[in-house]
Design a protein around this ligand. Structure first.
Ligand SMILES: *Cc1c(COP(=O)(O)O)cnc(C)c1O
Length: 455
């Protein structure tokens, strides 16, 4: 498809004959000349080439690409006209206060800051709290080898050196490796539970006990909160700090780079370090001498907070309980069917997602081939080649909002792909066969992106 620049050669109206001071005339305005119909058609056809949860299945593991109620978008739009500096903002502050206490209730934490604008930003906030707490007395952070890449990045950004902890044969943190590496100079452990294999760490109480016994703190990456809602409070398994991803778990469409929200909760003893402003008696307060400082503008990504708040009110406690129930049920349903056709490296009940891989595929068919072939069937590929500890990983998260019919259809497509790998591998090697673009050089696209059209 041509870009709108390449299409544009029509001339609209030109104001040559009016008397304007030439200095104020823009000489070369490089925008194409089109009428509204042309512009709308151009962008709607572009939009139709896109794939999102509104037009198909999107089992992108670790990302929770689920249906987000449209009514929450409407609710967020009600706040769009409020000026950030308005004096009459009690309603907004009340919403933030109530949302924070809902997050405390879900996680068992003492207080939440709603400041951070994304998960990684929440991690940075949490690790800065660790830094403030320990000063320069402890220089290392332990991170399991299954962690999301943002975890070591956040730790390194705050000047900690990262020590990797191995996973054991069941996909848990290797306890003997942890014991060996947990020393006096370790500030804490960043742990994702359930981890990126979709597995709940069976020894989590022991893991956090070891860290605490050695004077460390436990940072929980709570981006995988879906399967725990209403069942497990991370504070109860020993988390001292946690971030949640409102744009994964609590009703904000996720993708395209935002806006997101990564609130951070802490236990009582760490409250004093939370970023400013904090809401005290219905107003913003900056008077916290031990605070790590301000992480972003005081309202944060307010629309995202409104959507999460509405989601909680609409679902209630029973609804949240169902979210975790169905997210776990859907993932286990898919896993148990797909493990008959694909290799499942960790064969035990999973939480909201699971990992299969390309081991044993005939004709050198790889995970990449399978992912590209799914596009031909109108299905977004799962997360591929992550987590790194599984070679050729496909990380599948169906989410709780998909029907059994959709899950069955996905299994049929995956089974068809497995048969084609045997009988017709070319169709996989050439995939995608019917997408707007064929197989791209993904490395070149990431390393040397061409982000503007060269005119
Ligand atoms: C998505 C995710 C993050 C990072 O969140 P962003 O909002 O993308 O910055 C961190 N950890 C895990 C486990 C995640 O799934």
């Amino acid at each position: 498809m041509k870009t709108i620049f390449a299409k544009g050669n029509r001339k609209g109206h030109v104001f040559n004959d009016i008397d304007i001071d030439q200095r104020f005339l823009r000489k070369e305005l490089l925008i194409p000349d089109f009428c509204e119909t042309d512009v709308v058609r151009h962008y709607v056809s572009l939009e139709r080439m896109n794939h999102g949860v509104d037009n198909g299945f999107y089992p992108l593991g670790s990302c929770t690409m689920k249906y987000n109620p449209k009514v929450n978008e409407w609710a967020a739009s009600l706040f769009a006209s409020i000026h950030p500096l308005t004096k009459d903002n009690r309603g907004c502050l009340t919403l933030m206060t109530e949302l924070s206490s809902m997050l405390c209730k879900i996680t068992g934490m003492a207080e939440f800051t709603l400041s951070p604008a994304a998960g990684a930003h929440g991690e940075l906030t949490g690790v800065m709290i660790l830094r403030k707490h320990f000063g320069d007395t402890r220089s290392k952070i332990l991170i399991p080898d299954s962690a999301h890449g943002t975890n070591p990045a956040s730790a390194a950004l705050c000047g900690f050196s990262v020590v990797e902890i191995k996973s054991d044969a069941r996909g848990n943190i290797d306890l003997s490796d942890l014991k060996e590496k947990m020393a006096d100079d370790v500030a804490g452990l960043m742990v994702t539970n359930p981890n990126t294999l979709g597995l709940f760490d069976e020894n989590i109480m022991e893991v956090t006990r070891i860290v605490h016994e050695n004077g460390g703190l436990v940072y929980c990456d709570g981006a995988n909160m879906n399967p725990l809602l209403g069942r497990v409070r991370p504070a109860d398994f020993g988390a001292d700090i946690i971030h949640l991803n409102l744009h994964k778990t609590f009703s904000t469409p996720h993708g395209g780079g935002g806006p997101g929200s990564g609130p951070v909760g802490v236990v009582g003893s760490l409250r004093k370090y939370l970023p400013v402003p904090r809401i005290v008696e219905g107003t913003f307060s900056y008077d916290f001498p031990d605070s790590i400082g301000q992480m972003r503008s005081f309202w944060s990504n307010f629309g995202v907070l409104v959507k999460a708040y509405c989601y909680f009110l609409a679902l209630g406690e029973d609804g949240l309980y169902q979210v975790s129930e169905y997210s776990v049920l859907n993932a286990n349903y898919l896993k148990n069917r797909l493990k008959k056709t694909f290799h499942l490296p960790f064969d035990r009940p999973c939480m909201h997602e699971f990992v299969i891989c390309d081991e044993g595929m005939p004709n050198n068919v790889t995970t990449n081939d399978i992912a590209k072939r799914l596009i031909d069937f109108g299905i977004h590929p799962p997360t591929v080649y992550f987590p790194l500890i599984v070679k050729g990983a496909m990380m599948i998260e169906p989410t709780e909002t998909e029907s059994k019919e959709t899950l069955d259809k996905f299994c049929e497509v995956m089974e068809q792909i497995r048969r084609d790998a045997e009988d017709n591998p070319e169709i996989l090697k050439n995939a995608p066969n019917n997408a707007p673009v064929r197989r791209l050089d993904a490395v070149k696209a990431a390393r040397e992106p061409i982000l503007r059209e060269i005119l």
